[in-house]
Design a protein around this ligand. Structure first.
Ligand code: ZN
Length: 239
């Protein structure tokens, strides 16, 4: 078990690499954790490649709401992530690990490419993404990562719904009301100058996501009508 592999035999006995997927709702600190993992790896002398897609900075960076930011390679649906790694190798750089932010946007094929990098090239992959979209359904990239990752971990930084319960689901808000239909991917953020008609997102607990209730005020904006009747707040036991 503790036998030291003969030199030249290291590849066969290399410590297995892993595909690890961290997921959570918006605002759970996923990009911050991505940067932390990257930092921890590079402090061990390992060299990595950072990938992102539609980052909130609108430039190829992984940036977090707490102000951390690092440059990254922007990928799109047509990117073969294996080629990105091979290009680095061809240029004489090591790639010991890959950090992928916004992994919910990956295609099935790209998740499979990441798994191949892990299995065939011993590159560790750390992917970070949103669990579900505003309809409370898994993003395609997230689903494939659930299927293929060695380790799947829900990010434990707690995001709270307005009621104080753990926030698990993303609500899309347009004109002060929660919407349940539309394009799966609408990148939006609290950019200055955004109008009320632009989609925004709010993290809710499951109960308030089901009810479409964006806040404690029964007559306020954002009330979803069920069968033509406003949801009665009197029946809601607010914590
Ligand atoms: Zn709630």
């Amino acid at each position: 078990m503790n036998a030291v592999p003969a030199s030249g035999d290291r590849r066969r006995h290399a410590a297995p690499a892993h595909l690890t997927f961290f997921h959570g709702p918006m605002d759970c600190g996923k990009s911050t954790l991505a940067l932390q993992v990257d930092h921890n790896q590079s402090r061990q002398g390992r060299q990595g490649l950072r990938l992102t897609q539609g980052d909130r900075s609108q430039s190829p960076r992984i940036s977090s709401r707490v102000g951390l930011s690092r440059d990254a390679v922007e990928v799109d649906a047509g990117t073969d992530v294996r080629l990105l790694v091979r290009e680095r190798w061809a240029a004489g750089h090591r790639v010991d690990y890959v950090v992928v932010d916004e992994a919910q946007f990956l295609t099935d094929g790209q998740v499979e490419q990441l798994a191949e990098l892990v299995d065939e090239s011993h590159v560790d992959v750390y992917a970070f993404g949103l669990t579900t979209d505003f309809r409370a359904q898994l993003f395609p990239g997230t689903q494939r990562l659930f299927e293929l990752a060695d380790v799947v971990q829900r990010i434990q930084v707690e995001v709270l719904c307005w009621c104080g319960a753990p926030g698990l689901l993303n609500a899309r808000v347009v004109d002060g009301a929660m919407v349940r239909e539309g394009e799966t991917v609408v990148v939006a953020d609290t950019a200055p100058g955004a109008s009320a008609a632009d989609p925004r997102y709010k993290v809710l607990c499951r109960r308030h996501h089901v009810r479409g209730q964006l806040g404690p005020t029964p007559t306020g904006p954002g009330q979803l009508t069920l069968h033509g009747q406003p949801v009665e707040d009197a029946q809601v036991s607010v914590r």
